[in-house]
Design a protein around this ligand. Structure first.
Ligand code: M6R
Length: 364
């Protein structure tokens, strides 16, 4: 039932605040991550020295964010790979490596095949972050952390992604605690997680404004998404969403790569979507934006007002709430979902069931 919404995708975008609460429920206290959420065998957390994350599509993008979190907070190496590559190569597994899969459906053929292969390779254990409790992935993994997003009907993944990120944040902090994260820092991160549902609602408040921007976007044939740090995977996710439902060709680059090629694409016809959280990379990103502006590129900036980008003549500005650094990738996802949704509606595409795609990719 779509309720008051025209499409399942929009209903699911709007559910994110409540499903993120459901994902956090019982997994954090006021001050700590509750490791009991990984089941009786949470002992494995003490032994992890490496993490391999394997997934497809949007779930892979969630894994890319987790790499930044795990290496930053826990200080242990983490690699991320798409399942269709992982399963067909010889993988070197360092000792005491956690094998972590991400999947909304738990039925993605390549992810399941990767898990079955990994089980023969001597990993420490296998953990699935998944939305469907009865799925094959959950049944075949040693450990599970459910995302609790509820059924996702729209082919374009929205609430499944932000709850995956929430579950990954819980997991990253749990691993970090075993690797020297202070109780004070843990408490700070847990407090930030508690404020996440409210920030999601703040981000959703830009819906009407984004709808107006979408009108300008609908006649574009290309788009370039830019971000740095955890915003790079969010740029990839934003570009995937736009491709998937509005059939506009979009690419995403880490902003620092501009000069290494994509700058050649920039002219008056190329919209640039820049994700500009207020952190220590702000100045670097601003100079990347100048490079684009100097070539006539049309700039769409998603940032908070303190970045001082909202009064620039040549920038179409969308406000994103200022949040703790750790929450930036989750909160910045929301306006990009809304943008692709509204562009698709203007273009009249089948939002919930885009051409050529299936919700669950159960064949190779
Ligand atoms: O069910 P899964 O999370 O394993 O699915 C993986 C991808 O097929 C999926 O995320 C796909 O990329 C989405 N349609 C993106 O919106």
């Amino acid at each position: 039932d779509k309720g008051e919404f025209r499409h399942y995708m929009m209903k699911e975008i709007y559910e994110q605040s409540s499903v993120i609460s459901a994902c956090l429920e019982g997994r954090i206290s006021e001050t700590k991550v509750l490791t009991s959420c990984f089941g009786a065998e949470s002992e494995f957390l003490k032994d992890i020295e490496n993490v391999h994350i394997v997934a497809c599509g949007t779930s892979y993008h969630a894994g890319m964010v987790a790499k930044y979190w795990i290496e930053d907070l826990a200080g242990i190496p983490c690699s991320v790979e798409v399942a269709s590559e992982y399963r067909y190569r010889k993988v070197a597994v360092p000792k005491k490596t956690l094998f972590l899969t991400l999947s909304q459906s738990g039925e993605t053929a390549d992810t399941l095949a990767a898990l079955r292969m990994a089980k023969e390779l001597g990993y420490l254990t296998t953990l699935a972050i998944c939305n469907v409790p009865s799925s094959t992935l959950v049944r075949e993994s040693a450990l599970t952390l459910l995302t609790n997003a509820g059924p996702e009907i729209g082919v374009a993944s929205t609430k499944a992604f932000t709850t995956q990120l929430t579950a990954l944040l819980i997991t990253s902090v749990a691993i970090a605690v075993e690797n020297g994260l202070s109780a004070e820092k843990e408490q700070e991160l847990v407090q930030a997680m508690r404020s996440l549902p409210a920030y999601i609602n703040d981000a959703l408040a830009q819906d009407a404004h984004i709808k107006v921007i979408a009108d300008r976007f609908a006649n574009k044939h290309n788009a370039l998404f830019l971000g740095r740090g955890t915003m790079f995977p969010i740029a990839l996710e934003g570009s995937l969403k736009l491709k998937e439902i509005s059939y506009i060709h979009a690419e995403a680059y880490p902003a620092g790569e501009l000069k290494h090629g994509p700058l050649a694409l920039v002219d008056e016809d190329m919209p640039i979507i820049a994700l500009v959280p207020h952190n220590d990379m702000l100045d670097k990103l601003k100079s990347n934006l100048q490079e684009v502006a100097a070539r006539g590129g049309e700039l769409y900036v998603f940032a908070d007002k303190e970045t001082d980008l909202h009064n620039e003549d040549n920038i179409v500005f969308t406000e994103v709430p200022k949040v703790d650094r750790i929450l930036e990738p989750i909160v910045h996802t929301i306006p990009l979902q809304l943008l692709s949704y509204h562009v698709a509606v203007v273009k009249g595409t089948d939002v919930d069931q885009p051409r050529n795609l299936a919700k669950s990719v159960t064949v190779e």
